[in-house]
Design a protein around this ligand. Structure first.
Ligand code: SF4
Length: 184
């Protein structure tokens, strides 16, 4: 199986979720959010195709990373491939965040036609959902650009069958402490 990426895997990011993360920049997005910061990732035929096995191997060789973040583009336009990636990432204990222009509710709807979307959610720790809306842009928000976007705690949301947001208080940092350092 192949996946189209906008760039090679990028390790050591501290701005794409809690901790030190490796970002997987997927290629392809049709949400067309005005003022999108990554317009070069929109073309579904752009970027470079990678074999999924190659990506898995790269994940196996990561060092000092807390997790991966799927971003783009919109990872959900390549659901078969990203499902394979999150399955593997979870099997090697990587924490998983995903950014999407779809809302959580839209992902559930998509799941009624294609169960892979629902399966995908089960592997996520956090889904950052919704389009970037310039009129709701707020530079003080944590890990997202506009206030309509939510940091969704996916395991709890699935457990309680209602949207549970990640608390943005200092307490959340405890969860991401590794050894004697806090990576934020
Ligand atoms: S979903 Fe993301 S990549 Fe797609 S247009 Fe919106 S901001 Fe850009």
């Amino acid at each position: 199986m192949k996946i189209r990426l906008a760039a090679p895997l990028q390790s050591d990011s501290v701005v794409d979720g809690f901790g030190v993360r490796t970002v997987i920049w997927t290629q392809g997005c049709s949400h067309n959010c005005p003022f999108c910061q990554n317009p070069q990732t929109h073309d579904f035929l752009g970027g470079v195709e990678y074999d999924i096995e190659e990506i898995k191997e790269e994940l196996n060789n990561l060092e000092n990373q807390d997790g991966i973040t799927l971003s783009g583009g919109d990872p959900l336009f390549q659901i078969d491939a990203v499902l394979e990636i999150v399955k593997h990432a979870k099997s090697i204990n990587l924490n998983i965040w995903c950014y999407t222009g779809f809302t959580y509710e839209e992902v559930l709807e998509m799941g009624s036609n294609n169960k892979k979307y629902l399966e995908f959610l089960k592997y996520l720790d956090v889904l950052v959902d919704g389009k970037f809306l310039n009129e709701k842009k707020d530079l003080h928000l944590l890990f997202r650009g506009s206030s309509n976007q939510r940091l969704i705690d996916v395991p709890k949301t699935l457990k309680y069958n209602k949207i549970v947001l990640l608390p943005e208080s200092d307490g959340i940092m405890e969860k991401f402490k590794r050894e004697d350092k806090i990576y934020i």
